[in-house]
Design a protein around this ligand. Structure first.
Ligand code: FCB
Length: 453
């Protein structure tokens, strides 16, 4: 089997770096009867929304198998596990706490801590309770205040037991894909909706942050954003301008308000009524200092001009993943170097997701996913390049621990390092998991032999 290796002197091999695996609630939990419906349940029930017509009602049945899943995580030799909380498993439609649902996460965190695995918890990974969508969802400013209340419930229950709290995962997806491009729940299509949803999401982050800090002063607090470096399809001035606009619209729109308290100036690209409504004080809340920035990186994106706006050019040249995404590891370094040049106050970085879907086959209880091993090897080296470039890299999480429900793609995409048979719920380590496990166990053994300072 292939081996994944890192440069011998790499910070990634020291205890100053965190290795982990990642999942999210709706994608793995199942156990739908014990929580409120989310916007993804509603979306899945609408014909034509999900590629294979599937849903998240059962998924990986993690709520039943979570103890075995914790054992599985521990067996990999990781330092940390990144997961998210289903809001509707914790807060009922009537505003009351679902005690059993809350206890599920308390037990999970306790079990992880007992194994020496740090919990990196994300409060919102897209599964908005449907009862809030019925009030307008992220178009309603009140949702941000409901989020802060929910965050308080979680942090009061877990406090410093959780090592890292992230408010949101990829607000780009919860705003743009969900309210502007219409391809994620709740499936709305309107530019001004997208901008307003983004603002209300960032406001939710800003309202929750001081509450999280107050009740978990020893934990780290931040947010997870996705980035894709934007390239022009040609050297034509219009295409170059399109790539620049896409970078401002898809990348900077979320990071810049957090770090500077301003939205990017897009000139006249947005009409006045497409700009978000921002109340006095919002941007001060949004731009409070964060302890870390989680970065999800998968691929780069190429854009061409479309009547003064931008349009993405899907890659055709192999190697592509089954998502149709180009494998472009150097993009991880390129985008972070670019962000560091743009923002002097770029916080410490965790790569909170990175991984790939391939056409895996389970044969004789094994999945020989060499392409995924190569993907991880190349991207881990790209992380090391970021460290060499002077960026404060703190950790790396593989997406994903398990094959799972890949949103609008349903179960057609397998991102796991562990294969899931959705009929039997059997988990099988793919070769990529075994290879990462070898790296992580060897590193852990090495760290144990070093004297504590
Ligand atoms: C990210 C999401 C994650 C998963 C990966 C493939 O955008 O955060 O849930 O779907 O993409």
């Amino acid at each position: 089997m292939k081996k994944i290796s890192l440069p011998q002197q790499s910070k990634m091999l020291t205890s100053d770096f965190v290795f982990g695996v990642a999942t999210s609630s709706f994608q793995i939990e199942g156990g739908a009867a014990d929580r409120e419906l989310s916007i993804w349940d509603t979306f899945c029930a609408e014909p034509g929304r999900i590629k294979d017509g599937s849903n998240g009602l059962v998924a990986c049945e993690h709520v039943q198998h979570w103890r075995a899943d914790v054992e599985l995580i521990a067996s990999l030799g990781v330092d940390a596990y990144r997961f998210s909380v289903a809001w509707g498993r914790v807060i009922n439609a009537n505003g009351q706490i679902n005690q059993a649902g809350l206890q599920f996460y308390v037990d999970l965190v306790d079990a992880l801590n007992a194994k020496g695995i740090a919990s990196h918890m994300t409060l919102y990974h897209w599964d908005l309770p449907q009862y809030l969508q019925d009030q307008g969802g992220w178009l309603n400013r009140d949702t941000a205040y409901r989020f802060a209340e929910y965050a308080e419930v979680m942090v009061r229950a877990l406090g410093n037991k959780v090592a890292s709290y992230a408010t949101l995962n990829e607000p780009f997806c919860s705003a743009y894909l969900s309210y502007e491009a219409g391809i994620h729940a709740p499936g709305m299509k309107n530019r001004s909706y997208g901008r307003q949803a983004a603002h209300n999401l960032l406001l939710a982050h800003g309202l929750a942050l001081p509450i999280l800090r107050k009740h978990a002063p020893q934990a780290e607090h931040g947010i997870v954003l996705n980035f894709s470096p934007c390239f022009a399809a040609s050297s034509a001035a219009a295409d170059v301008a399109a790539a620049k606009l896409a970078h401002a619209y898809h990348n900077l729109w979320y990071l810049q308000p957090l770090l500077t308290g301003t939205y990017p100036d897009l000139g006249d690209a947005l009409k006045a009524d497409e700009l978000p409504k921002v109340a006095a004080g919002d941007l001060e809340l949004i731009s409070q200092p964060i302890d870390f920035l989680g970065v999800n990186y998968y691929t780069r994106t190429v854009f061409r001009d479309k009547n003064g706006w931008f349009s993405d050019v899907p890659p055709t040249k192999p190697p592509l993943t089954t998502m149709g995404w180009e494998i472009y590891p150097q993009g991880l370094t390129e985008i972070l170097v670019q962000l560091k040049e743009t923002f002097a106050n770029l916080p410490p970085i965790y790569i909170s997701e990175n991984g790939a879907a391939f056409p895996d086959e389970l044969i004789d209880n094994a999945v020989h996913d060499d392409a995924r091993i190569d993907y991880y090897q190349q991207h881990l080296l790209a992380v090391n390049d970021c460290i060499d470039a002077g960026i404060d890299m703190r950790g790396y999480f593989a997406w994903s621990l398990l094959d799972n429900f890949e949103w609008a793609e349903g179960y057609t995409q397998r991102f796991g390092i562990v294969h899931v048979d959705y009929t039997t719920q059997k988990r099988t380590l793919k070769d990529s998991a075994k290879t990462l496990q070898a790296l992580w166990l060897e590193r852990a053994a090495q760290l144990q032999t070093e004297p504590a300072v």
